[in-house]
Design a protein around this ligand. Structure first.
Ligand SMILES: NC(=O)c1ccc[n+]([C@@H]2O[C@H](COP(=O)([O-])OP(=O)(O)OC[C@H]3O[C@@H](n4cnc5c(N)ncnc54)[C@H](O)[C@@H]3O)[C@@H](O)[C@H]2O)c1
Length: 356
């Protein structure tokens, strides 16, 4: 990962708790903080089906990294972690993150995303009011949320989500993240917890749990199975590479203004059909089907999911101005690397899926 932000003035080196650091975006952030900054990192993760310590391979024995196997809903365990590590910042990514799962079984999303966030906030508040009072002035809590809290946009048109867009979450996942945003702001306003909220767009890249669109297409194609596409595939998502998302979070941690919200995206809108076709085209090149037929022949249109948002698109101008971050990974290069990575890690993917 290249780094354009580490040399700019920012927070003094400190201990950063990264919740959900054994997941997809969290692990990219942990790798970035260890590799490109002087911060110490404590990864806090419950290792649900979506967490895997192998995503942090190479950091296990790093002198500035440690791991705590803790559920964010467990207040006493979190309190103990905070007491021992005395963090100067928290970046909160631990969450249930898959929209389809939230439609099938929303309770886990309420538990982790809402109750877990409120639990973490209260542990931080209690600590900053007590033993951690000396940290209060420079403390940061970055709450990592999603543009899905804004609902959706018309399929075409110039509108984009921005920090002032009204909340209108549609899926249980989006509703749980919206609720968590409100709790963060409430703890910030009421108790003075110094917090910043980010809304990232659809993130892609290596180590993503293989239930999400791009790895699903790769795995289905390699197995010669139908590649399901919801509706007509016209829904639009705004994509950002995981390394860009991680660098943005690190920049917000270092230079974001307490009380602010930042919408993080890379101005990269694609229909789901465009994404699937692009992945199939790359696979034709990187791992041609034994039959010689194009993988796109496997695409099968299936009934749309309930309440499927039409379009997400985010204007990242504010975060670019505020913290001097810019996306660096182009869609073409990022997608090629990602598809090649999933082809090379097919066994890892299938093993992860077999455990769910
Ligand atoms: N992936 C995206 O496209 C995207 C986009 C915008 C925002 N986000 C946000 O970024 C965060 C991380 O997303 P991701 O895609 O990396 O998710 P992920 O599912 O890959 O990882 C989530 C991590 O949280 C851990 N976790 C789950 N429940 C926990 C609990 N109760 N206590 C402690 N740890 C727990 C899991 O073990 C896992 O390691 C989420 O908050 C998500 O809302 C993700």
């Amino acid at each position: 990962m290249t780094d354009s932000t580490a040399s700019a003035p920012g927070l003094a080196p400190r201990t950063v708790l990264v919740t959900g650091g054994a997941g997809f975006v969290g692990s990219a952030l942990v790798r970035h903080l260890i590799g490109r900054t002087a911060h110490r990192v404590v990864t806090v993760d419950a290792l649900t089906y979506a967490g895997d310590l192998r995503v942090l391979a190479g950091l296990a024995d790093h002198p500035r990294h440690s791991f705590e196997h803790v559920d964010v809903c467990d207040g006493p365990a979190l309190t103990e972690v905070v007491r021992r590590h005395r963090p100067g910042a928290v970046v909160h990514l631990a969450a249930e993150s898959h929209v389809d799962r939230s439609i099938d079984a929303p309770a886990a999303f309420v538990r982790t995303n809402v109750v877990g966030t409120a639990t973490l906030l209260d542990v931080v508040r209690t600590w900053l009011d007590g033993d951690g009072a000396g940290h209060r002035e420079s403390f940061r809590l970055v709450h990592v949320s999603t543009d899905e809290v804004y609902g959706d946009l018309p399929l075409t048109g110039p509108e984009r989500f921005h920090e002032g867009s009204p909340y209108a979450p549609h899926s249980p996942y989006a509703a749980s993240k919206a609720a968590s945003d409100h709790f963060v702001r409430a703890w910030s306003h009421t108790y003075g917890v110094p917090a910043i909220v980010t809304h990232g767009t659809n993130t892609y890249g290596p180590w993503q749990f293989p239930e999400k669109l791009i790895p699903v297409v790769v795995l289905r194609a390699l197995a010669g199975e139908p590649i399901p596409l919801y509706g007509a595939g016209t829904n639009v998502r705004d994509w950002i590479h995981v390394d860009d998302h991680a660098r943005a979070l690190a920049a917000v941690l270092d230079r974001g203004v307490v009380g602010e919200t930042y919408d993080i995206g890379a101005r990269c809108e694609k229909t789901n059909l465009e994404v699937v076709r692009a992945v199939c085209g790359l696979l034709d090149e990187l791992a041609p089907a034994p039959s010689g037929r194009p993988y796109a022949d496997l695409v099968t249109f299936v009934d749309d999911r309930p309440g499927h948002d039409r379009r997400y698109a985010t204007d990242p101008s504010a975060v670019e101005r505020a913290v001097g971050w810019r996306p660096e990974v182009t869609w073409g290069a990022g997608l090629r690397d990602t598809v090649a990575w999933f082809v090379a890690h097919e066994t890892w993917c299938r093993e992860r899926l077999s455990r769910t």
